[in-house]
Write a protein that binds this ligand. Structure first.
Ligand code: GLU
Length: 394
């Protein structure tokens, strides 16, 4: 008997969590697994943010929060958007959610009707694809490869647009590829989208600060698309607060109002203590987390060097986020330690079982040629993981 709705039957489990859970289970059985699955900073919470949360608890902060978030937090976010991104959002154009994830599904549920199309460049973050399905939409995947640094061109975007297109959903810095679009590249995409004001641009900028090459650029900065853009961000990746679940969005008021309506029925406002601490984090000068970015950059350089030494791995140098997405298709059709490799998910499972290194196969990111490695781990763990992978393949 299957009592489940078609909606849930169509949905897949989040592969990032599937693989991290597998790693956790093996660890619990005593296997020495190195997990490079979840994109989760391993730095401690900055002391001043921690203190702020403790103070709120001591002050007895406990009640339901306003559905779109505390006004003080939304003011802090509006100032941050101005300070860092030169974007003019008023507090009423901001909504705080239970993680950036909720901000994204809020927007999709607000704008997508059954059968509407959402353009998603691949590789995409696993949850985009499933969220579009959940909202009743049709994913229109625009493929890219490592040879073009996983960037889509304005021509590809133009070609993917149809009368049914409702949204364009992407991240820069990108999860899973680490790709960062330059200002010029974003402007070229914005010009295409500006010709279609009925398309909502959902710009996921959660990795904003984890950018090693240049300044972060928001697509909403181009006036021709400002009114059709939802800018998503949050404190999870920047302040090592993944479990505190504070994401937010700046968008036209009609859209934040719609998200407020959904959130008010589904979850209410986000956690009060985490919101108070987020005010402290967001108001601080972003340079307070420079040491984390420096740490990630050193790890990126280390992993880049080590990955290049592994035969059959095609690697690019990501400019941001904390992932590598190497192309391992050279192994397709081969049998490694008894594992037949037909796609990158097979490869990731083989690595888990033989090298005891957990990664995430690329299939659920919309690219069956690549695997994702998160380098939000210590240099010792990374060195050991890459050594094991190399040995397993030799
Ligand atoms: N965004 C992170 C990742 O891609 C966290 C896990 C998730 O929400 O999928 O690993």
């Amino acid at each position: 008997m299957n009592l489940l709705s078609d909606r849930i039957n169509r949905l897949s489990y989040s592969q990032t969590f599937v693989m991290s859970n597998k790693a956790r289970e093996l660890k619990a059985q005593g296997v020495n697994v190195i997990s490079l699955t979840l994109g989760e900073p391993d730095f401690e919470i900055p002391e001043f943010v921690r203190e702020s949360a403790i103070k709120s608890i001591k002050d007895g902060v406990k009640s339901y929060t306003p559905v779109p978030g505390y006004l003080e937090l939304r003011k802090a976010i509006a100032n941050k958007f101005k300070r860092d991104n030169n974007l003019d959002y008023k507090p009423e154009q901001i909504i705080v959610s239970n993680g950036g994830k909720q901000s994204i599904i809020n927007v999709l549920l607000s704008v997508v009707n059954d059968g509407d199309e959402v353009i998603v460049p691949s590789p995409y973050w696993v949850s985009y694809y499933e969220m579009v399905k959940l909202a009743g939409g049709e994913n229109i995947v625009v493929e890219t490869t490592i040879d073009t640094d996983f960037k889509i061109t304005p021509q590809q975007l133009e070609k993917a647009i149809s009368p049914k297109t409702k949204a364009f959903l992407f991240s820069s810095p990108c999860n899973p590829s680490g790709t960062v679009y330059t200002k010029e590249e974003l402007h070229a995409l914005a010009k295409v989208l500006a010709k279609h004001p009925n398309i909502i641009i959902i710009s996921d900028e959660i990795y904003e600060y984890i950018n090693y090459e240049g300044k972060h650029e928001s697509i909403a900065q181009f006036p021709e698309v400002f009114e059709q853009t939802a800018t998503i961000n949050g404190v999870s990746k920047s302040y090592s607060l993944t479990g505190w679940r504070i994401g937010y969005m700046g968008a036209p008021k009609w859209l934040t109002d719609a998200c407020d309506k959904i959130q008010g029925q589904m979850t209410s406002g986000a956690n009060c203590i985490a919101q108070m601490a987020s005010i402290t984090a967001i108001e601080a000068d972003p340079s307070v987390i420079d040491y984390m970015i420096e740490g990630f950059k050193n790890r990126r350089d280390l992993v880049f060097k080590l990955l290049q030494e592994i035969p059959g791995f095609k690697v690019n140098k990501p400019a941001g986020a904390f992932y590598f997405f190497p192309d391992i298709s050279a192994y397709f059709g081969k049998t490694i330690h008894g594992h037949k490799i037909n796609n990158s998910d097979d490869f990731a499972l083989m690595l888990l079982e033989e090298a005891h290194v957990a990664t995430v196969g690329g299939v659920s990111f919309g690219n069956a040629d690549c695997i994702r490695l998160s380098y939000a781990a210590s240099e010792e763990e990374l060195t050991e993981a890459l050594k094991r992978i190399k040995e397993t393949l030799s």
